[in-house]
Design a protein around this ligand. Structure first.
Ligand SMILES: N[C@@H](CCC(=O)N[C@@H](CS)C(=O)NCC(=O)O)C(=O)O
Length: 233
């Protein structure tokens, strides 16, 4: 088989971006990082919108896609599944085991990510502190951590062996402090988090372009206008 050419990773160091840098490191796939400075509006360039029409990173372009042709993928869950299928790693082929992983991956994509994103917004970024919104999202975040903690009570990882579901969830759970949570109240999550964050590939994935994180200054009115004022037109 011809050698895999580098996958282009359109990326900024945020929880959704980390999922893919971690996965690429775990799989040992070659990749080139293309920074998408979301505070400056790189997500709106025509070239990026062609591969990610929702104007959000991460996205990838695999020059060696199915049939040897390039393929682009957006949405971090779809990218994790694609890379898992491509490599046969961290995404089981057996249908029963795969359904298990898919459920927890979708739990992250549909709940644990979007709700925690709102928690970050209202706790940290909103110009006014709206008690109702802070309480609602912090409570929902707390409920979700409770679900995760119960799931991890009798198993090491969320869905069978260490998988793309763990990678998706850990990328958000590592920020529990800014979500107003006490990790000691979730001892199973704490143990799982420590285990996964100790993996060298996870540490390498989290380190990718880490210095760029400080470049998204969400107190800067220009960045806030790019990220928080979006409408259809
Ligand atoms: N559901 C998407 C969410 C991606 C997402 O929210 N990306 C954010 C950064 S974490 C982004 O690119 N924001 C730019 C914008 O909203 O304009 C995924 O999981 O890939």
């Amino acid at each position: 088989m011809a050698q895999q050419r580098p996958i282009q990773l359109h990326y900024w160091p945020t929880p959704n971006g980390w999922k893919i840098s971690i996965m690429l490191e775990e799989c040992g796939l070659p990749y080139d990082v293309i920074p998408v400075n979301i505070g400056k509006g790189d997500q709106f360039t025509p070239d990026f919108l062609r591969i990610s029409p929702n104007n959000k990173m991460p996205a990838i372009v695999d020059p060696d896609g199915p049939g040897g042709e390039p393929i682009s993928v957006f949405e971090s869950g779809a990218i994790l599944q694609y890379l898992g299928r491509k490599t046969g790693l961290l995404y089981p082929g057996d249908e029963r085991a795969r359904v298990e992983v898919d459920q927890w991956l979708m739990w992250q994509m549909g709940g644990f990510g979007p709700m925690l994103g709102q928690t970050h917004h209202f706790r940290i970024y909103a110009p006014e502190k709206v008690p109702y919104a802070i309480e609602r999202y912090t409570n929902e975040t707390n409920r979700l951590y409770g679900v995760l903690d119960r799931r991890l009570a009798d198993r090491a990882f969320v869905a069978g062996d260490y998988s793309i579901a763990d990678i998706a969830i850990v990328s958000w759970a590592k920020l529990w402090e800014r979500q107003g949570q006490q990790i000691d109240g979730f001892p199973n999550v704490k143990r799982w988090l420590e285990t996964i964050l100790a993996r060298p590939a996870v540490q390498r994935g989290l380190a990718v372009n880490a210095a760029d994180r400080a470049r998204t200054d969400l107190t800067d009115p220009a960045a806030r206008a790019v990220l928080f004022g979006q409408r259809a037109k």
